[in-house]
Design a protein around this ligand. Structure first.
Ligand SMILES: NC(=O)c1ccc[n+]([C@@H]2O[C@H](COP(=O)([O-])OP(=O)(O)OC[C@H]3O[C@@H](n4cnc5c(N)ncnc54)[C@H](O)[C@@H]3O)[C@@H](O)[C@H]2O)c1
Length: 463
């Protein structure tokens, strides 16, 4: 039996009728030992970071690579060769934007990682799920609200594992705070904040020179390079919380969203759009350039508010077009205190001096998550302060163990659907909308799963 059929058949058996447990369970990879055969669609700058992590592992064989940009594909192939690994099959060299479909048909593939522009995530994931190839998808599950239902339904029908590769959930301080939330240090949670506050002006515009992907020019679209090729178009056309998962992922895990809690209502407000225009004018040095004539739809600061069934509020901010140092702006607040990541500051009533902030360092040491305690050395040097090692490890380990995905299909579509819902709210004069229940009622029964840090957690296994 082909391995992927074996996986799907065992998965369907494990999940039982109607996939009521979200069908995130796969069988262990007994058919070919414990080496996972994996494909990567999108070998751009993010794909190459993930590839670096995959090539460090001896339980993964990178069997297929696909990209429509020859230079990106060549860079990835060179990385595989430099790691001393067998050459993977390659797809897309001829620029065929549908070549990934051939990759999905490659015999023996267990899983695929999708690291392409956002508009490709839903169609690629749906096709992979239909082909019974497990999916690790970069953040953003789809574009429209319907995309999110379609990805969910494809996953439920196929019973094939799907994980959103949301790496910030694995950030060291974020995970220490998770331990503190679970230990009750904040009391009962009341309010959370997060966001994506990252000056992307030099990502959205560059010179088009592959050697300088960040800044140094005013090009975008076909004349730009890497994210300037596709991301800038979203700022031109769309007004909403375009990148919710880095902020909402940790907040949703803290609040137990889809696991005893759920989002019930959402609205979003957008400021005026000035930052990108000011940037292009400044960069052009007064010379005429078409980019200075652009009219951006995306408000510079988009503020989204969510209400939860258990009474918490969550505030998200998307801020990518103004000068600012990077900060995701986390705040976790309950009846006994609060943590804010910006200044690495915390206040816990009865433990901190009254009305005073304490530095987070001592708490970080005391509540460091077992995953970090165990794997900090192995993660050293990996992307984003090590958290990229953890997200890849979690995906691979869950697949190998046939365990549920730690960030599963319900998490993925719930977090990512904030984008189309925020766009709708803004378009309808900041109207407050009902938040759809993607779990169709299962949220009441579902148990916490993410990073349990004990024997139930396959991510804790070393190999
Ligand atoms: N989790 C994180 O921290 C993080 C960081 C950066 C990017 N990302 C996400 O990763 C994804 C990729 O971003 P990136 O920075 O690598 O962008 P990128 O532009 O550098 O890479 C995307 C690649 O996809 C390729 N591509 C486009 N259409 C394709 C198709 N039809 N078939 C095959 N390949 C195709 C492009 O040629 C390009 O090489 C995005 O979803 C982005 O949001 C996540």
């Amino acid at each position: 039996m082909q391995r992927r059929r074996f996986l799907a058949a065992a998965s369907a058996l494990a999940a039982g009728t109607a996939c009521t447990t979200a069908c995130t369970t796969a069988a262990p990879l007994r058919s070919r030992g414990r080496v996972l055969s994996l494909g990567l669609i999108g070998t751009g700058l993010r794909g190459q970071v993930l590839l670096t992590e995959l090539l460090r592992r001896d339980d993964v064989e990178v069997a297929a690579l696909c990209d429509v940009e020859p230079r990106m594909l060549q860079q990835a192939l060179a990385m595989v060769a430099a790691a001393g690994r067998a050459a993977p099959r390659r797809y897309g060299e001829n620029g065929d934007a549908q070549a990934w479909r051939e990759l999905l048909a490659q015999p023996g593939l267990d899983a695929v990682i999708i690291a392409t522009p956002w508009e490709w995530h839903a169609p690629m994931a749906i096709a992979a799920l239909q082909a019974r190839v497990a999916v690790g998808c970069e953040v953003v599950a789809g574009i429209t609200l319907q995309d999110h239902w379609d990805v969910l339904d494809a996953q439920l029908r196929s019973g094939t594992p799907y994980m959103l590769l949301e790496n910030v959930c694995f950030r060291r301080d974020v995970m220490a705070v998770l331990q503190m939330v679970r230990a009750g240090l904040f009391g009962e949670l009341v309010h959370l904040q997060g966001g994506y506050q990252h000056d992307l002006r030099a990502v959205k515009f560059n010179s088009g020179d592959p050697a300088r992907p960040y800044g140094g020019g005013l090009e975008f679209g076909a004349r730009g390079w890497s994210e300037a090729r596709w991301r800038t178009a979203h700022s031109l056309r769309r007004n909403g919380e375009l990148y919710p998962s880095h902020g909402i992922g940790p907040c949703a895990v803290y609040a137990g969203i889809n696991r005893g809690n759920r989002f019930t209502r959402i609205n979003a407000f957008a400021s005026k759009a000035r930052g990108l225009h000011a940037y292009t004018v400044q960069q052009s040095g007064g010379r005429p350039h078409p980019s200075t004539e652009l009219d951006f739809a995306l408000g510079d600061i988009v503020t989204t508010t969510l209400a939860c069934a258990n009474g918490e509020t969550i505030l998200l901010q998307h801020d990518t077009s103004l000068p600012r140092p990077y900060s995701l702006g986390f705040r976790v607040q309950g009846t006994r205190g609060l943590w804010m990541d910006l200044n690495r500051s915390i206040h816990i009533e009865g433990r901190s001096p009254p009305h005073r902030w304490e530095p987070f360092d001592a708490y970080q040491a005391e509540f460091d998550h077992p995953l970090w305690r165990r794997f900090a050395e192995r993660a050293a040097g990996a992307g984003h302060g090590g958290m990229d090692w953890f997200v890849v490890h979690a995906f691979v380990q869950a697949l190998k163990a046939g365990a549920p995905m730690p960030i599963d299909i319900y998490d993925a579509v719930t977090w990512s659907a904030i984008t189309p819902l925020s766009e709708q709210s803004i378009a309808e004069d900041f109207r407050t909308l009902d938040f759809p229940d993607f779990t169709r009622g299962l949220w009441r029964e579902r148990q916490a799963l993410f990073a349990l840090g004990d024997s139930r957690d396959p991510t804790l296994a070393a190999d």
